[in-house]
Write a protein that binds this ligand. Structure first.
Ligand code: FES
Length: 395
């Protein structure tokens, strides 16, 4: 017994000596800082410049609000989630970075006003130089992968879906990457072509980057292609599909159309990458939505949550045609913020345990099998069909 005590005392003494004499390894602090810079819990950004890009779109330049805290590096094609507080409702939206990943002095976002939207009209009307904004670090999987995507890339953009491609093109041209890019950009009218001058300039200067605009509602003097981005338009432009990898960004409606066209061209599904498309404008028009539920249906949502270490419960009424995350954020007095990024069911940051109830999820959204098996939902893209009970204390 005494022997063991002695042994323990010696071991403790040796440990203390080690702690006193060993310096912190040289790399320790550096790694801590690096991890924080790569995966920040949140960023505080300051608006340093605003440019009117078109009649309904502005480009915001954002720097770090804390000069000692550097901006996180990102891959061209990624987005950040911007938080805004509007009439007491704290919410956030993802916006693609349009700036080059080779310049981390600032981020730039192209924000288009969404008619009837909650956040973008507010930002466009109220955000001014000097304002601070909370944001996530860069997120998303929509970027070029040298191993899997090859050297022949077809970018298909609809409307403000051009934004991640601007960052990618800036990166490709700045680093003179040996890639062949075919960009097809569909818009309603000429005045909706964002970044037109820059795109035409890049296509003129770089023979490896080809550009085609297609307008669905052109003025009579438009001399370019008209209509939708059909399989014939795609094939005529790219020549053949051999070895090409397709990236698509646009609205949900556009995705449904393009999916059919790419299918008709026999493009294998693993050669197509779709960016998160946000929530549908009208969920009742989405395939699979139950016919007997209309916009007037209300359900009861019950939430279990932690307040000062205690589990509490609250119930409120929510609309069936609004994503659960939005309904929860509307409970402004609760000040509950469920972590979120894409708001499209892709990043899984908002993963929440559903104790009971039934939700509708658009068929394009794939929820991880393990989440489904254990009753977790993504409230950003889940619409309540019945009364719902969520437990926010379980992750
Ligand atoms: S916020 Fe990305 S899955 Fe919900």
């Amino acid at each position: 017994m005494m022997k063991d005590i002695k042994k323990y005392q010696n071991a403790e003494k040796a440990k203390k000596q080690r702690e006193q004499t060993l310096q912190t390894p040289w790399y320790y602090d550096g790694l801590e800082n690096l991890c924080e810079r790569l995966h920040p819990e949140k960023l505080v950004l300051q608006v340093s410049d605003i440019e009117e890009l078109s009649w309904d779109t502005k480009v915001y330049r954002l720097t770090s609000a804390n000069p000692k805290k550097l901006l996180s590096p990102f891959r061209a094609g990624q987005y950040i989630g911007l938080t805004a507080e509007i009439n007491g409702v704290r919410t956030s939206r993802p916006y693609s970075l349009v700036s080059s990943p080779n310049n981390l002095a600032y981020y730039e976002l192209g924000i288009k006003k969404k008619e009837g939207g909650f956040v973008s009209p507010y930002l466009l009307e109220n955000l001014k130089v000097g304002d601070n904004l909370e944001a996530t670090g860069p997120l998303g999987e929509f970027f070029y992968n040298t191993l899997f995507h090859g050297q022949n890339l077809v970018f298909i953009a609809g409307g403000c879906g051009i934004t991640p491609f601007i960052s990618m093109l800036r990166d490709i041209t700045e680093r003179t990457l040996p890639l062949n890019v075919y960009l097809i950009f569909g818009c309603l009218t000429e005045k909706d072509i964002l970044f037109r001058k820059e795109l035409e300039d890049i296509a003129t200067r770089r023979s490896n980057i080809k550009l085609k605009f297609i307008l669905s509602e052109p003025e009579s003097d438009w001399k370019g292609a008209c209509g939708f981005i059909t399989k014939n338009e795609i094939l005529n432009f790219i020549g053949n599909i051999e070895g090409k990898y397709f990236y698509v960004v646009g609205s949900l409606n556009m995705y449904q159309f393009i999916e059919g066209e790419l299918n008709a061209l026999n493009i294998p599904i693993h050669r197509i990458k779709y960016e998160a498309f946000g929530v549908p404008d009208d969920i009742t028009k989405v395939m699979g939505w139950p016919n007997d539920i209309d916009g007037s249906k209300k359900v009861k949502v019950t939430l279990d949550f932690l307040s000062q270490g205690q589990k509490e419960q609250i119930s409120f009424e929510a609309s069936s045609i609004e994503p659960l995350l939005n309904s929860i954020e509307r409970q402004k007095d609760l000040r509950l913020m469920i972590e979120n990024g894409c708001r499209s069911g892709q990043c899984a940051l908002c993963r929440t345990k559903m104790v009971s109830g039934k939700v509708f999820v658009p068929p394009e959204v794939t929820i991880r099998e393990i989440d489904q098996n254990y009753g977790f939902i993504h409230p950003c893209i889940s619409y309540p069909l019945t009364d719902i009970h969520l437990d926010l204390t379980l992750t």
